[in-house]
Write a protein that binds this ligand. Structure first.
Ligand SMILES: Nc1ncnc2c1ncn2[C@@H]1O[C@H](COP(=O)(O)OP(=O)(O)OP(=O)(O)O)[C@@H](O)[C@H]1O
Ligand SMILES: [Mg+2]
Length: 366
């Protein structure tokens, strides 16, 4: 299996399958109670004023519903939606073209807004605040900026890395919704809804089994549901129940905590080959036969969050739970047994500080 079942990103094919399962209104959107309430206030107030809503930013890990919410903003406002993304805007001119073609009240969705080019970012500040772009005509000393009025529009930004947004940009959003991982119960609700849309018979135990292995992420829950449905249709009774879920997810090597083969390979290497670490990321990656970047962005965030891996200035370490999860006993001198320095480390944005054992932190900055 080349495709990774529990990765948080989505490819082309999956995006098509996803759009069929997207909630279309705030009412249908499961979980994220706080964000939902806040957003509905912002939108209701705008509707009452019969004016476009304030600009809105959604921030959070992949697959939690940022794009879905952006679409909901447009549909709740009864406004058309224009979509672009940070990587697609590499020049200020690209952005000027998009902005100047907007209609009054239109919602402009900029996905991965943290990846926009600098000059475009500066143009966006002005457009957001003053609804104006300065179009530069000519070159060199003779260049002049001609201000162009824009219709009032609503910008909806999405980012997985809010920390990378420059403050002036962040400040120009009237509302920021921080999406958090879903509880197993919420994932069960997501699964029920998807099953009924897909015409799949899903039992309560089946839903709980899949929800528990979905890493708090609706995208993964929906993906696992599709795979278990396949199994149920081909090898089972057609019903997605607990035994179908277990059997199918065993085939796909997704364990009870939602770890897959790569996750387990990383933990296995860490414990068996390196006695619990510390070991450098690149060494670890070579041993599991993956790119360092894949290990860092795909496997590690979840493992760190689950308390199964620690990131320290000296490398990756096993934590008490890591050994348990692999069915191993930690050696007496395992690093996690010592008062370990769990401190901020090489460019990682998710601090390992929340990992278990972090209370004894004696890191260089702790
Ligand atoms: N609250 C929710 N209720 C029901 N389904 C949801 C919810 N949130 C997300 N989903 C489903 O999960 C899938 C992924 O959601 P979405 O594309 O909005 O994630 P995202 O945050 O934009 O991810 P990325 O950062 O990769 O762009 C969609 O198919 C969507 O239908
Ligand atoms: Mg998205």
């Amino acid at each position: 299996m080349n495709e990774r079942l529990v990765t948080t990103g989505a490819d082309e094919r999956e995006r098509a399958a996803e759009s069929a399962l997207r909630p279309h209104g705030l009412e249908e959107f499961v979980g994220q109670k706080v964000v939902r309430e806040q957003l509905s206030l912002v939108l209701d107030a705008a509707k009452a004023r019969q004016a476009p809503s304030d600009h809105v930013l959604f921030s959070g890990p992949p697959g939690l519903g940022k794009t879905t919410l952006a679409m909901i903003v447009a549909s709740e406002m009864g406004a058309p939606l224009r979509q672009s993304s940070g990587p697609a805007i590499q020049h200020a001119g690209d952005l000027a073209a998009v902005l100047s073609s907007l209609d009054e009240g239109e919602v402009l969705f900029l996905d991965e807004i943290h990846r926009m080019a600098r000059p475009a970012e500066e143009m966006l500040y002005i457009a957001m605040e003053d609804f104006r772009v300065d179009v530069v005509v000519g070159k060199g000393a003779g260049a002049t900026a001609i201000p162009l009025e824009l219709p009032k529009f609503t910008l909806v930004g999405a980012t997985t890395r809010a920390g990378l947004l420059p403050a002036p940009l962040r400040d120009r959003f009237g509302f920021t919704g921080y999406l958090d991982f879903y509880t197993p119960e919420e994932l069960v609700q997501v699964l029920r809804r998807s099953a009924s849309l897909l015409g799949v018979q899903l039992t309560a135990e089946g839903a709980a089994e899949i929800g528990g292995r979905s890493r708090g992420t609706p995208r993964i829950a929906n993906r696992l549901l599709r795979r278990v449905r396949d199994w149920a249709q081909v090898r089972g009774s057609g019903i997605v129940d607990r035994s179908a879920a277990r059997a199918a997810l065993e085939v796909y090597e997704v364990d009870e905590r939602g770890l897959d083969r790569l996750d387990r390979a990383v933990l296995d290497a860490l414990c068996r080959r390196f006695g619990g670490g510390p070991v450098g990321l690149s060494t670890l990656a070579v041993v599991v036969g993956e790119e360092a970047e894949t290990v860092e962005t795909v496997a590690e965030p979840f493992l760190v969050r689950e308390g199964l891996l620690g990131r320290t200035p000296r490398g990756r370490i096993a934590l008490p739970d890591t050994w348990g999860h692999l069915g191993l006993t930690p050696p007496r001198d395992a690093p996690a047994g010592a008062a370990w320095q769990l401190g901020p480390e090489d460019g990682s944005d998710e601090g390992p500080q929340d990992a278990p054992g972090g209370s004894g932190a004696q890191g260089p900055t702790g």
